[in-house]
Design a protein around this ligand. Structure first.
Ligand SMILES: [Zn+2]
Ligand SMILES: [Zn+2]
Length: 346
């Protein structure tokens, strides 16, 4: 193409990232080039930005950051059939091989040779971005770009809440970061009876209320165990969505589950966790379910419908709108925790 674009690039193995001018990339035969309309910051991007231990082990530099996106198709590879120039799209971020046991048995999101957009490949914090045809998701034109970009983490929330089969149940969500907050809204729509949220950050507790939580607890100041027992007549909750990765939240969640209950784990602990498997899992008949990514593409259909039919209000969760140049401001907010989803516009 020969044109130039701006991109947020992680260049050096250290804290931070740079806004760089570079060539617009060429499309491969099964790729799609989009002009980015909006992109949003994920916890993964923050970890790459601050260059934590996980990032050091997994990221090859230099690399364009970002993976949550909405944009317009401006060029398609010669073999692409799914979309055409001018289409309004988002993208799944798990890039499956399409050939392994998992891919061929309906589990593309846990493909054995998985690559992830913006983790193993150049991402979308840029004027233009390359997407794989297999991941491109045509959006309804009525969905605003900010919402379209947030469909990807919304898919995580949908997958987590689906794992709990929450209709008519009392549930506990530990951790109200952006995905936890989206999970509150999804659980409300999916018919959970009582939704209890445990979250230390006051800013996020306020949003949890707007998203439909019945009771919001600060676990550092209040007795979560007492409150849950009280609210469930001593039974405990039927389902816990663990969204924080915090060890004590995970352990407390297990204790608060009623025997026969389920726990879905989306939060990522930063080290090995020791559990009382005998007392808290085995003898209680608890089901533990790991959640990674989103079921492809069931969660995208659900997310698209919920947004288009205005069943789920994303506005309380989308707390900041910045220009792409201000990405560092967004990362600062991520550090403080006083934010929900931050959307960036090139
Ligand atoms: Zn994400
Ligand atoms: Zn595969």
């Amino acid at each position: 193409m020969g044109d130039k674009m701006k991109a947020v690039v992680k260049k050096d193995p250290a804290f931070g990232a740079e806004l760089v001018e570079m060539e617009v990339p060429e499309v491969g035969p099964e790729q799609v080039l989009i002009r980015v309309k909006s992109t949003s910051i994920c916890g993964t991007d923050y970890h790459i930005y601050i260059w934590n231990e996980w990032a050091r082990k997994n990221i090859n530099l230099p690399q364009i950051m970002g993976h949550e996106v909405a944009g317009e198709v401006v060029r398609v590879g010669e073999r692409v059939k799914k979309v055409k120039v001018g289409d309004y799209v988002s993208s799944e971020t798990h890039i499956p091989c399409g050939m392994c046991y998992q891919c061929l048995t309906g589990n593309q999101h846990i493909c054995k040779s998985m690559k992830i957009l913006g983790v193993h490949t150049d991402g979308v914090f840029a004027d233009y971005a390359l997407l794989e045809e297999v991941d491109v998701w045509p959006n309804d034109p009525l969905i605003p770009p900010a919402y379209a970009s947030v469909q990807e983490p919304l898919g995580n929330a949908i997958d987590t809440i689906r794992a709990g089969d929450v209709s008519g149940k009392n549930i506990l969500i530990t951790g109200a970061g952006p995905v936890g907050l989206l999970a509150v809204g999804v659980a409300r729509i999916f018919g959970a009876t009582k939704i209890i949220v445990s979250e230390p950050n006051g800013y996020r507790r306020e949003i949890a209320k707007e998203m439909g939580a019945d009771l919001i607890v600060n676990p550092l100041k209040e007795d979560l165990e007492y409150i849950v027992k009280n609210l469930t007549s001593g039974k405990g909750v039927d389902f816990v969505a663990e969204m924080s990765g915090n060890q004590s939240a995970l352990k407390q969640g297990l204790k608060l589950l009623t025997p026969g209950g389920r726990m879905a784990l989306l939060g990522i602990p930063d080290q090995e966790v020791t559990l009382n498997l005998t007392g808290d899992v085995i003898f209680k008949g608890i089901k533990l379910i790991g959640i990674t990514g989103r079921e492809m593409f069931r969660t995208w259909y659900i997310a698209g419908r919920l947004i288009k039919e205005k069943r789920l209000d994303l506005d309380p969760v989308i707390t900041h709108h910045f220009s792409l140049e201000d990405f560092a401001r967004g990362m600062e907010l991520m550090k403080s925790g006083d934010c929900g989803k931050i959307v960036l516009y090139p």
